[in-house]
Design a protein around this ligand. Structure first.
Ligand SMILES: Cc1cc2nc3c(=O)[nH]c(=O)nc-3n(C[C@H](O)[C@H](O)[C@H](O)COP(=O)(O)O)c2cc1C
Length: 445
């Protein structure tokens, strides 16, 4: 029996309450009181409170939310928009869908608070194309909010019009990148834009736009209700609150859990409250800590806390909270090949290093996995990855958006940390784990 330090639930606190995903159920557990409070405050005070809470974006980059909001120019006469990123396509990540399914009004109340703070009268929720059920629950919740006079001409009776629309994507990972998302919302192909200008200044339809993740915005009602200080204190020095993580792979109890920022990867994997360890006789070999694009960690790095700053010394990132565990039976070449195929498939094709490099890396990995590779292939693999985005450190990408980095960082971190696995494939002319060559995956992989 192993236990993690207790975590005060914030996001999942009411999920088990009957009818929580309806307006009536949400109001029974105190819903929309935070909006009432926020509407009594000046918008600047709401932004200040969010800054003090140390809330950081839960979409991947961990950018401080209040700071992002403060980049929206106050003197720009154009309309301002809020866009909610519900695309959730990073492999290993499944948390936003559960907010939409279990507590959609928590997001809607957060949206109303954010729009009041930003002076935005329109919000678009961009939902992943495959979100059939979560989107249906959300649509129902939006309709309830309109019928109850929360949204519409007046915001909860206040003279402030707010309209909220859900827009379904068509299933492209790239449309989770904030500027591709804006292009897609405008009805165009989801190709990322060059930055600057950043969306806060030139965003949707050329107007100032804040793009935030579902979990980020759903955190606002508890922040307003219980105070920024309370929220900040729940977390660590620079990351307020708790967070949702998705644990998958070789663990006994995979699932989506609310963890503290102080919870370690080890606790997440082994504690009774969370993953309950690995099947008997198995050991952790590798862990991807923040969705498949986050550089992989080895078994010696499990004491890292699940907060945004903690992964920096390891040249990795907390990302979107998708924790993928690989045990000692896993072939690192095959795992990486699988990851590489995803990014090759999802590259939007706009930038040459990414469009050509991702499938090239996937091809090389297949060659090595199937025992046909040599040491020059390994060198080429690392060169191609470095030409897309050198690592370390994170953030040196040569492409318009970070999808390039997302495919290059796993390659560089897997090969650096588990080089023996790759060399054995080359020396033994085959997979030491006995994996058989796979079928045909298309022209490039
Ligand atoms: C290729 C790519 C895919 C992304 N996919 C998502 C996504 O599915 N959901 C998300 O919230 N952010 C995603 N992001 C991050 C967004 O660009 C953006 O940083 C985020 O929505 C901002 O919200 P936050 O500040 O609340 O985290 C992605 C980024 C990249 C480069």
């Amino acid at each position: 029996m192993t236990h993690a330090a207790p975590v005060e639930k914030v996001m999942t606190k009411n999920w088990a309450n009957p009818g929580q995903n309806t307006l009536e159920g949400y109001q029974r557990s105190g819903g929309y009181t935070a909006l009432k409070t926020a509407l009594e405050w000046a918008p600047a005070k709401v932004i200040d409170e969010v800054k003090k809470s140390n809330l950081r974006g839960r979409g991947g980059a961990g950018f401080p939310t209040g700071l992002k909001w403060s980049f929206v120019p106050k003197d720009n006469p154009k309309p301002k928009y809020l866009a909610i990123n519900a695309d959730e396509s990073e492999p290993g990540t499944a948390k936003d869908r559960f907010i939409l399914e279990n507590d959609p009004h928590m997001l809607l109340e957060g949206i109303a608070i954010a729009c009041w703070a930003l002076g935005a009268h329109t919000c678009y929720i961009y939902a992943r194309g495959e979100f059939k059920y979560p989107s249906a629950v959300l649509d129902k919740a939006i309709a309830e909010a309109y019928a109850a006079g929360i949204f519409g001409k007046k915001l909860l009776g206040k003279d402030f019009e707010l309209n909220v629309y859900q827009v379904r994507g068509a299933g492209a990972y790239i449309c989770g990148e904030e500027t591709a998302l804006l292009e897609s919302l405008e009805g165009k192909k989801g190709w990322p834009r060059l930055k600057p200008p950043f969306p806060a200044v030139v965003g949707l339809f050329g107007c100032p736009t804040v793009v935030n993740n579902v979990e980020t915005i759903a955190s606002l009602p508890p922040i307003i209700n219980q105070g920024a200080e309370w929220f900040a204190k729940l977390g660590t020095e620079k990351s307020g609150g708790t967070r949702l993580v998705t644990l998958s792979g070789c663990v006994n109890r995979p699932g989506t859990y609310e963890v503290g920022m102080h919870t370690s990867l080890r606790d997440l994997i082994y504690a009774d409250e969370f993953g309950q360890g690995l099947p008997a006789g198995r050991m952790v070999k590798a862990v991807i800590p923040g969705g498949s694009s986050a550089p992989v960690l080895n078994a010696a790095e499990l004491d890292t806390k699940l907060e945004f700053e903690a992964f920096k010394p390891m040249q990795s990132m907390a990302g979107s909270g998708g924790v993928i565990v690989m045990d000692d039976t896993c072939c690192m070449v095959r795992c990486l090949w699988r990851v590489a195929r995803f990014y090759a498939e999802e590259s939007c094709g706009q930038c040459t290093p990414c469009r050509e490099g991702q499938p090239w890396m996937a091809r090389l990995l297949r060659k090595i996995e199937e025992g046909l590779g040599d040491m020059d292939d390994l060198k080429t693999l690392m060169n191609v990855a470095a030409s897309i985005a050198p690592w370390p450190p994170i953030g040196l990408g040569n492409t318009i958006c970070a999808l390039g980095d997302a495919g290059a960082l796993p390659v560089q971190s897997f090969v650096t940390k588990f080089k023996d696995d790759f060399v054995k494939h080359i020396e033994n002319k085959g997979c030491p784990h006995g994996d058989k060559p796979w079928g045909h995956f298309g022209d490039f992989v």
